[in-house]
Design a protein. Sequence first.
Length: 280
Amino acid sequence: MSRLTSEQIVQSVRDLPSMPAVVMELLSNIEQDDIDISVLAKKVSYDQALTARTLRLANSSSYGLQVKVTTIQQAITYLGFQTTRNLITAAALTGCFPSGTCPGFNDRAFSRHSIATAACARALARRIRFNQDVAFTAGLLHDIGRLVLVTADPQAYGEVVALRAREDKEWLDAERAVLGVDHVEAGVALAEQWNFSDTMRQAIAYHHAPDSLGAGFLAAIVHVANAVVHALDVAGEENEGVPRIASIAWDAMGLNEEAYLHLFRETEVQFTEMSAVLMA
């Protein structure tokens, strides 16, 4: 059995491909609105690939713009700063990690799940009048610790994948059995290394345990969104199970059956749009 120490996790986080500096800046200031927009637009524009993906996403029907935006400044003008920040983050995160290194780990299914959870979290947040942009980003990042573990020891994570399939275990249990740590711990380590906001750190830390003391409402949103997306099976992952939903999180959403049916449909539509751009 392979065991990862906390030092190895921290080192593997350091070894990850660096995110564009402008994205790191946005993630550490997720709740601030006083960033100079013209400076942000200029910084993003230096990265042509990031700019192109962000603008393709902004012009997709998910955002319903009546005009075609051709610059980051225009996107901010028409969509608002928070939403554009979301799109930049999504465009940067998808494809920033090495792929194809871990036997049995489906990189595309992982990306599909992350994008769908982001879309679902945003749709949920709108219904309960929570910050949609923060919810979207938390949904996108909730399982990022799995990428940290895959990067830290691809062969050992291959053992995790095999054990989970063989014994029908939850991901967290399979990770702990093989590695001695799980993707929540690794995600929190990444959040600290990359200087994420406290709100984002909490959402990553408690998305499997929204009934923990101090978990926060954002963790409950991500927890429900994660389960909904597993139930819809949009990732196309083998042996995909639906995790148990904590009643405290489900009740906190306060939605009836009809609202959930609308949420399922909206999640599928938004996911189809976004994944077409982000995974092209």
